[in-house]
Design a protein around this ligand. Sequence first.
Ligand code: KIV
Length: 262
Amino acid sequence: MKTIQGLLKLKNQDEKISMVTCYDFTSAKIVNESDIDLVLVGDSAAMVIHGYENTIPASINMMATHVSAVHRGLPNKFLVADMPFLAHRKDRDTVMISVETIMKAGANSVKIEGGKGHIDIIRHIVESGVPVMGHLGLTPQSVNMVGGWKVQGRTDDVATQLIQDAQDLEKAGIFALVLEMVPADLAKKVTEGLDIPTIGIGAGPDTSGQVLVLQDLLGMNPEFNPTFLRKYADGFSVIKDALNEFTSDVKSGNFPNEEESF
Ligand code: KIV
């Protein structure tokens, strides 16, 4: 699946869509060989790769560096890349230079958090030939506004606004919408009201697809255990055990052996 048309086809066939984040060339080569439908270079790179406490430090340069590395390892998949904190809230020319940088680094589309206040620029980006993915619910770039990593849309007011934003974004031309940390019944309602696919993270089972951060689903961080996460491997232990085995072989003189020497 390498096109937005292919993605829409999955939704229309009632086939769930799988999306995963990716930030580097080596992982991209593995993801490229997998059954994953769609790949996101998320601004979560700021946290997962660079160790920041939130996504606010992500910049266009940081995103472009990761997009370019992932793109080189991922010829078979459609690549979405986040517009980082405030990148879409500048004057139109500056926004378009940022979009151009991300796309020329190898993305097939950009993802933009939120809706209210930047529907016009989203429409302009789409009309310029760049597919845009929306992102509503918990929008981590607004973490200081919403007061933490909390489920969004539990009150009627916020839920009504979210439904309205989703419809405005669809009218502006987005091709898919991420719903993060929203109650399952609200995610279902939003999904049923749209023609485009929704991709959930902490949004229950009724979205058109699901996304997880690669390192989260691989179990690389034993301290990160949110309700919505299912770990498909114990990556932390696998890597730690391999490192310990290597150290033990080095210390015992078991590595390298004759065949591993020139
Ligand atoms: O940056 C990111 O990883 C994301 C996903 C959680 C959807 O936006």
